[in-house]
Design a protein around this ligand. Structure first.
Ligand SMILES: CC(C)(COP(=O)(O)OP(=O)(O)OC[C@H]1O[C@@H](n2cnc3c(N)ncnc32)[C@H](O)[C@@H]1OP(=O)(O)O)[C@@H](O)C(=O)NCCC(=O)NCCS
Length: 180
């Protein structure tokens, strides 16, 4: 199963807009945006103006979704609600192609991305906050080595989230990448 990551480009934004509008993504990302809205929100991240780093997930050379990471010190108000330390990072992802869900790609992408990209930086842990109802996502993060820490409710949201965590010391080493 060949998975790789490349930085998102401006030319990917129409594809990102299509993915964000699909029911299985929209249900959890809550950002139904038109193309102008996607350009306004994600363009500054691609340009390095906003400190969230956007990557396209490729499977056998085909763009199948996206994954992003950021340092919690850059989002202090949100981090405080999670209890995430400034040296930790956050990661979010979605597979845009519905026919690829539930085949192990998401958990594998998480593991590889954290190993190769996030932990290549000075990051102590990865702390994320999937919705409590998003059982498929929670299971995918769990398969990537995350543990549930607590349940919280973010200010202004009418639903609970699970705070989940993967410490650098405990992350699972990419078996395809050992010794290389
Ligand atoms: C979340 C996401 C990236 C996970 O990727 P994936 O490839 O679908 O996940 P995996 O196949 O690696 O793992 C999913 C696990 O959940 C299980 N699962 C699938 N549907 C489920 C459901 N409705 N309830 C509970 N578990 C479910 C699968 O069986 C699998 O577990 P198993 O291998 O033990 O059987 C992907 O589903 C996705 O893009 N979803 C839409 C966007 C989203 O929710 N993003 C996350 C926001 S936090």
């Amino acid at each position: 199963m060949m998975l790789s990551f490349r930085p998102m480009r401006h030319s990917d934004l129409p594809l990102l807009q299509r993915w964000l509008s699909l029911p299985h993504v929209k249900a959890w990302w809550h950002t139904p945006l038109d193309l102008a809205g996607v350009v306004a929100k994600y363009g500054p991240r691609i340009d390095g103006v906003e400190p969230t780093h956007m990557f396209v997930i490729e499977h056998e050379g085909r763009a199948i979704g996206w994954i992003q990471w950021y340092r919690w010190r850059d989002y202090a108000a949100h981090a405080a609600q999670l209890g995430a330390e400034p040296s930790a990072a956050g990661v979010d992802l979605a597979l845009g192609e519905a026919d690829l869900l539930g085949r192990g790609l998401g958990s594998k992408a998480l593991r590889l991305f954290i190993e190769r990209v996030v932990f290549a930086h000075d990051v102590s842990a990865v702390v994320c906050d999937p919705e409590e109802r998003n059982t498929r996502s929670l299971r995918a993060f769990e398969k990537a080595g995350f543990k549930i820490e607590r349940t919280i409710r973010l200010q202004g949201e009418p639903f609970d989230r699970r705070v989940i965590r993967l410490d650098r010391a405990h992350h699972i080493v990419d078996p395809d990448h050992q010794g290389k």
